[in-house]
Design a protein around this ligand. Structure first.
Ligand code: ZN
Length: 484
């Protein structure tokens, strides 16, 4: 059954430095409850908002990603509603129907569908810059079961981008890919760290042919975006197939029980009493355009396409692009003599995999070595100084444990004495040698294992050991045949 999905994504500008209209910190997570506050974000009488230049620049950069026509001025609007987490009783946002001017109206955005490796286009309806409300805490469970509500205003006033798409997304999986690529793009321009708890929230609407549109509120992860939409797709399909009707409603995604549930009535647009904010003059955008443009120099797509043009496989390039620091490292490490594919493999597969094995954060630059280290590793393999297996099997796992270690100190000793070791192993394992010579090929694996054990953790490629063993044992067989 065909479906249409549209999304509304709220992304905190966690890297804006300050809140949207005051000097409090944009990343509130390190503070004790109600410590990251001031008269402005507490909405105290007489306090006046001053827009953050950096937040506006980041919003303009986002608008440029969406190919929007940038308005000459951004005009803020008040949206009124009463809720404990909103101390002013209005949220400052933008609404063009009430005299406001959003950052962007009518744009488009292309995201990569990793199932088909195609770039898919989604129309962007609008982009707003607004403030996040505070956070309600229910000490005795949920909004339904708790007898009290506590409010933490540390988040109140954090700059938030609201991105609304047209219903152009074809499937729950595509919706997830869209959100992931959107967040990655916003991370590349230095707007957000999407891995921070609560850094983004998604509302999704979905309609099936012959049914009304249903909105799912407040989804907290990209994984849940796919799950919630899939659940809702199945629920609506079942209804329609059994002659039922899908009614227009707002539902809530219960991530624990993995179901959507009907939600209370929400205010309609006209109930919000929108009005232009008299405390805030329009923010002129022209003087900020060049600073916003500077942030667009590298988008994940550029890096991805540049890497694949160098012959790097799409899978490996995509793996590197997911980690901004890894993409940066790749660019810095690649010189004219460096094999681009080998370098990509070391960074995007072997090293990233080693960090994951150690449960280390792949996004923390401190967990990565300098670009020159990767360049050196590629050079070792290219010149034959060390076999590939020694680098991927021994050096890279050690490097991941301590990326600042002196590379020389973890390089394996060169096993020049392998032949000697093989002769010792042959002498000590006559039975296995006889087994092999009488046709039991499995005995060779055992002998290879014995050699590797004796050489210790030295730079030795099992294939080399095997070839040498076969060579020496063939000589032994010929000698025996001559003697018999
Ligand atoms: Zn404040």
């Amino acid at each position: 059954m065909k479906m249409k999905i549209g999304l509304e994504v709220h992304v905190q500008l966690t890297r804006a430095g300050t809140k949207l209209f005051c000097g409090c910190d944009s990343d509130y997570r390190v503070y004790a409850t109600n410590e990251n506050v001031c008269p402005v974000c507490l909405g105290l009488p007489g306090a006046l908002p001053v827009p953050s230049k950096k937040a506006v620049i980041l919003a303009l950069a986002a608008a440029m990603i969406f190919n929007c026509r940038i308005p000459d001025a951004i005009v803020f609007t008040r949206k009124h509603y009463f809720y404990p987490d909103l101390p002013k009783n209005y949220q400052i946002t933008q609404y063009e129907k009430a005299g406001g001017a959003p950052v962007c109206l009518g744009g488009e955005f292309e995201y990569l569908d990793p199932d088909t490796w195609e770039w898919r286009k989604v129309r962007i309806r609008r982009l707003n810059l607004e403030e996040d409300p505070g956070r309600s805490v229910y000490p005795e469970g949920s909004i339904v079961t708790s007898r009290h509500v506590l409010v933490d205003y540390n988040r109140s006033g954090v700059p938030l981008l609201e991105i609304v798409t047209e219903p152009d997304i074809p499937s729950p999986r595509a919706a997830r890919a869209f959100v992931e690529y959107l967040l990655l793009s916003l991370e590349y321009i230095g707007a957000v760290n999407p891995r921070l708890e609560g850094a983004f929230r998604v509302d999704a609407n979905i309609s099936l042919e012959g049914g009304e549109r249903v909105e799912i509120k407040n989804i907290g992860s990209t994984y849940e975006v796919e799950k919630a939409l899939l659940y809702e797709y199945k629920r609506q399909k079942l209804l329609l197939e059994n002659g039922g009707q899908v009614k227009r409603e707002t539902r809530h995604w219960d991530a624990v029980r993995r179901v959507t549930k009907p939600l209370r009535h929400k205010e309609e647009e006209e109930e919000y009493l929108y009005m232009p904010d008299p405390d805030l003059p329009p923010v002129l955008t022209r003087p900020l355009i060049s600073e916003a443009k500077e942030r667009l120099v590298t988008l994940p797509r550029h890096v991805f396409e540049w890497m694949t043009s160098k012959g790097v496989s799409r899978e490996v390039a995509w793996s590197i692009v997911q980690v901004q620091h890894a993409a940066q490292l790749y660019k810095e490490a690649l010189t004219s003599g460096t094999d681009p594919r080998l370098l990509a493999r070391f960074i995007g597969v072997d090293y990233k995999g080693a960090l994951k094995d150690l449960q280390k954060d792949v996004h923390d630059p401190g967990n990565w070595p300098e670009p020159a280290v990767f360049r050196k590793l590629v050079e070792y393999v290219q010149t034959g100084a060390y076999p590939l297996e020694a680098i991927t099997g021994i050096v890279i796992p050690k490097l991941a444990v301590n990326p600042q270690v002196n590379l020389e100190s973890i390089l394996p000793e060169k096993a020049s004495n392998v032949e000697e070791v093989i002769r010792i192993v042959i002498k000590e394992n006559r039975k296995a040698v006889n087994d092999y010579l009488s046709g039991r090929r499995k005995a060779l694996d055992y002998l290879v294992g014995q050699v590797i054990r004796k050489v210790g953790k030295k730079a030795i490629d099992p294939r080399t050991v095997r070839e040498l063993l076969i060579k020496i044992l063939t000589g032994e067989r010929e000698r025996r045949e001559r003697n018999s």
